[in-house]
Design a protein around this ligand. Sequence first.
Ligand code: SAM
Length: 225
Amino acid sequence: HLSPRLKAVADFVPLNARLADIGSDHAYLPVHLLLNDTINHAIVGEVAKGPRDNAYHELKKRHLLGRADVRLADGLAAINDKDNVDTVVIAGMGGILIGDILKAGKQQGQAFKTLVLQPNTDESVVRGWLNTQQYQIIDEAIVQEASHFYEIIVATIGTQHLSDLDVVFGPYLRAEKTATFVAKWQKESARIALIFDHLKAAGKSDTDTYRQWQLRYDQIQAVIA
Ligand code: SAM
């Protein structure tokens, strides 16, 4: 079975989606969806040979190779027009890399009905990109595993205008303000408090750096208040 993080990603994949999982590594997500018959077929993309082999062996072990195409490719280059993919998952990478993969696909004229994105870091980069493209965020989730917090962002074709607060905190996440969301931003607040201590100790409390951290800190307190 899946980790809470991948389970939350899986829950956003529509029934009968024509799915591509980009950067699949062990293919745990497509294996789960195929075994549950949520989807009939998956394209499993990997840029590196080791993870590509992991995916292949996992699918083989589960007798699912007949329902999956494992492809060695950089990002969305794993997908052809003929595949009629309508749902793309990109999970477990940094937000900057996810943004770069989406940008490269866009340059190739690729657009997908549904994107399920799970950046490990830099979530605001992902939301910022979606906000300037023909995508709108339709749902979000946040899950905790040990001391890590993971955000999942679901987008579909459309337009929207996110505020700066929406881009940083997530339009759905900040409206829902779950205990997990508050815990994530409390953890970030504690980290910034340490930065304040270091800056003060270094005699740098009257600097732009300090004031920028102070703005972020105050913004966080206002959002989780
Ligand atoms: N998606 C799985 C998950 O969420 O558990 C695996 C995440 S794993 C930490 C990240 C994977 O992304 C690695 O296997 C890496 O090879 C792959 N990756 C990184 N850049 C990629 C790219 N440009 N195209 C395809 N895969 C990529």
